[in-house]
Design a protein around this ligand. Sequence first.
Ligand code: AMP
Length: 288
Amino acid sequence: MKILTNIQQTQKLTTLFRTKNKIIGFVPTMGYLHEGHLSLMKIARRKSDVLFASIFVNPLQFGKNEDLKAYPRDFDRDKKLCKNHRVDYVFFPNTKTIYNKDFSTMVNVENVSGCLEGLIRPGHFIGVATVVLKLLNIVQPHFSVFGQKDAQQVVVIKKMINDLNINTKLIVAPTVREKDGLAMSSRNVYLNPEQRKDAVCLFQALKLAEQKINKDYKGNVKYLIEMMTELILSFKNVSKIDYISFNDAETLKTCYELKPEKIKKKVLVSLAVRFGNIRLIDNMIIKY
Ligand code: AMP
């Protein structure tokens, strides 16, 4: 396994792989790897001749008051995990390499970036789309694997790839969870033991909505949101619910009502909950 830090060197290499018709798979991450990231690597490994991962904590997607400085990092551990998962190349640039002092081009994927996470974290998806486009141009993968854990990110990147005719595919991998259902996240390490116990409330609320919908609940989603809210607020370490939202899984248009449909439709149920300063997100796509 090789570590690459230079953009031109990486592009030269991936151009060579492309001319040799080697399938390049790619898993972009911000590091501090856990089983969720590793599941993406397993999927990508099976489908690629050459597997690239990137580790880059992207300052552009963090707001002023967010946890950029405190974001957990452990490159030595990440390196070992990548090697164990048969990653061929880890692209590990520093911030100045990605954003030189004259950098001034941003990618804004309109319509799908302003809602949900975008409402609470203005500019977040401009940062995400910009860095992902840069990484795609550097690594030139035939496909990348992204996690369903970040549902809105998937919608934003899919739309960017489509709108800008980027010659690459996106594969979406299911959310990997802890035994009790908590979605794995690099940020879970911030939770104290009491908060960690209560963090299961996100998954439990999603399951509650799923049960109701599977029992053929039709009507206003307000009722479901109220039930989910009540359940979450019954956990005493919860400080705030940022949102619980029902949206079209592809367009992210708000869904106010589950209507009886001839062909089953999919609704994206997503939520963000705070435990002190720690903010967790989760989601589920439910057929109705
Ligand atoms: P991050 O390092 O948080 O930027 O995540 C890198 C990639 O891993 C993104 O595509 C995430 O959606 C994905 N990911 C993060 N957590 C999980 C998880 N629990 N299950 C599956 N994929 C995940």
